[in-house]
Design a protein around this ligand. Structure first.
Ligand code: ATP
Length: 230
């Protein structure tokens, strides 16, 4: 479950959002409407104004001392940002190692997340020896190897070419099964593939929220207007 009641007055943003556990939420909105800021609040990169509340899987995290590593979430962004000095296997094992797991166990666990992503033969490579699509798969393995309750995705396919995006979209869909997800996207294909619900940001707030099915059926919904223009 995600409950977000947070203001960022300097950015003129004010979010009120309740989202059920086990469902994936697509966040859409025009440039500058606050999508990255919302991801920043959930991931711990941004701290809300005093009085804000951010509850993730039952844990209140609005306090600045509940840093990103203490939250039940991981973030996959557009840029894979792998650690350049670590192999594919050690990149994928990073979160587990940071959580205190022994190296051999973390590597074994990481391998079990890497193989289903079709990059099992690349475990010993360094990031610079991978294509962008392969790097994003490693970043996905790193994000899910710690078994986060909530997976945030900030335009995860925006930098991919069409064929890499098609493969990764399926892998992300699998990763979101039985998990709470939040996906910032400008792409209807992502919404069709992953999203149960949609939040449309406008005027510094969540202007529309509901199930994708319901919003697509409603010809006056902001989702329809955003993508179809009628
Ligand atoms: N570091 C910052 N300091 C102050 N204001 C900021 C900062 N970053 C963003 N803003 C403002 O906050 C508002 C929301 O920006 P944000 O980047 O969250 O929007 P976005 O929907 O992610 O935009 P885009 O689609 O262009 O990435 C904008 O008005 C922006 O100018």
């Amino acid at each position: 479950m995600i409950s977000l009641h947070a203001r960022l007055s300097q950015r003129k943003l004010s979010f009120d959002l309740e989202h059920s556990a086990g469902r994936t939420l697509a966040v859409i909105g025009r440039n500058g409407t606050g999508k990255s800021s919302l991801i920043g609040l959930l991931s711990g990169i941004l701290i809300p104004d005093d009085g804000g509340s951010i509850v993730l899987d039952g844990q209140e995290v609005a306090d600045p001392w509940v840093g990103p590593h203490k939250r039940p979430i991981t973030l996959l962004s557009q840029d894979p940002t792998l650690f350049p000095h670590l192999s594919v296997l050690d990149n994928a094992a990073y979160g587990l190692r940071a959580g205190g797991m022994k190296k051999s166990e973390a590597r074994e666990r990481a391998r079990s997340y890497i193989e289903p992503l079709g990059i099992g033969d690349l475990v010993d490579r360094m990031p610079h020896q991978l294509s962008g699509g392969q790097q994003q798969r490693v970043a996905l393995a790193r994000a899910i190897a710690v078994e986060p309750k909530i997976l945030l995705l900030d335009e995860p396919l925006a930098a991919m070419d069409v064929s890499a995006a098609v493969v990764l979209r399926d892998l992300i869909k699998d990763a979101l099964k039985d998990r709470t997800g939040v996906v910032v996207t400008h792409d209807m294909a992502d919404i069709s593939a992953f999203a149960d619900d949609v939040a449309v940001l406008a005027d510094g707030q969540v202007s529309d929220y509901g199930s994708v099915e319901e919003k697509m059926a409603d010809e006056n919904s902001m989702l329809r207007k955003y993508f179809l223009g009628f």
